[in-house]
Design a protein around this ligand. Structure first.
Ligand code: UTP
Length: 292
């Protein structure tokens, strides 16, 4: 039976080794892009699609995430007193949302992180957003996926074509086009060798999943890199029900990686009216310097 997507899981239990030393004692998900932490972009994206409950999977050194989405009485009073209305509005805008936090006791993989949310999700379909995958806020990827879930009553994975030299960083699908940008998946491989990749379509950090994934996650052992891989569980699920992929052609940044993070910072700053003009001038200046 088709059900409304009301809950989102945001796994944030990873170690963030690509961003060391910045992530030694503070969460990668709290790294700011312009003036907001990465995870807030994902929360706002899910909220815009009608998600009501946010389940954040945390870990060691991740307390700052809970503090960020808590109300901040002293700061709010100060902003009220000093008449900083816009900032007050900005920091209290998400105060009314429902957050639940679950601590993943060891960072042993994305599949394991998602399984930690089982008691909160119960028997509903749900969205998963990896907050270090920043999706251009002017696009509507997650809403498309929710609509496809309603149409197919099946899990939906976001896909993107990636250059073959990068394919070994991703879960990769093999599939048949169902219609438009929608593919029916018939195989998934986690981080294939460049020569073994079944296609150039990689799974990116947005999923609509069904609760039957939990039982499969319980039964799988460590996969690539010794981690409990979500891709392996999806392979198991594929034996029981159809899974579809939606090929996203808009802008996405792998902000868990330094270069992706810098690109996201530049592009999103160029969309921010407070800094865009000055940044544009600076980019032109830098480009001229690099040419000489
Ligand atoms: P990544 O593959 O980016 O791993 O995880 P990572 O540990 O965060 O970063 P690197 O690769 O060491 O630099 C993708 C998402 O899955 C979460 C991460 O927090 C990130 O949002 N994750 C990963 C968990 O929640 N738990 C895990 O055990 C692993």
């Amino acid at each position: 039976m088709e059900k409304k997507i009301r809950k989102a899981i945001l796994p944030a239990g990873g170690l963030g080794t690509r961003f060391l030393p910045a992530t030694k004692a503070s969460p990668k998900e709290m790294l700011p892009i312009v003036d907001k932490p990465m995870i807030q972009y994902a929360i706002e994206e899910a909220r815009a699609c009608g998600i009501e409950e946010f389940i954040i999977i945390t870990g060691k050194y991740k307390r700052a995430i809970e503090d960020h989405f808590d109300s901040a009485f002293e700061l709010e009073e100060n902003l009220k007193r000093t008449g900083k209305k816009r900032l007050l509005e900005e920091i209290s805008r998400l105060n009314h949302l429902n957050f639940a936090y679950i601590r993943q006791k060891a960072a042993i993989g994305l599949g394991h992180a998602i399984h930690c949310a089982k008691p909160f999700v119960k028997d509903e379909p749900f969205a998963v957003l990896l907050s270090d995958d920043i999706i251009d806020p002017d696009t509507v990827l997650l809403q498309h996926m929710i609509n496809l879930y309603k149409e197919f009553n099946s899990p939906i994975l976001a896909l993107q074509q990636v250059p073959i030299p990068d394919i070994n960083k991703y879960g990769v699908i093999e599939g048949i086009r169902e219609k438009g940008n929608v593919y029916r998946i018939n195989n998934l491989v986690e981080k294939p060798r460049l020569t073994d990749a079944p296609s150039d379509m990689a799974i990116i950090g947005r999923y609509i999943l069904t609760p039957d994934i939990f039982e499969i996650l319980e039964g799988i052992g460590p996969g690539k890199g010794g981690e409990i891989q979500l891709t392996d569980a999806l392979c198991g699920l594929l034996k029981k029900r159809p899974i579809y992929g939606y090929l996203f052609t808009g802008k996405r940044y792998d902000a868990g990686d330094k270069i992706g993070y810098l690109k996201a910072t530049i592009d999103l700053s160029l969309k921010n009216s407070q800094v865009s003009e000055q940044l544009k001038k600076y980019i032109i200046e830098v480009a001229a310097r690099l040419k000489n």
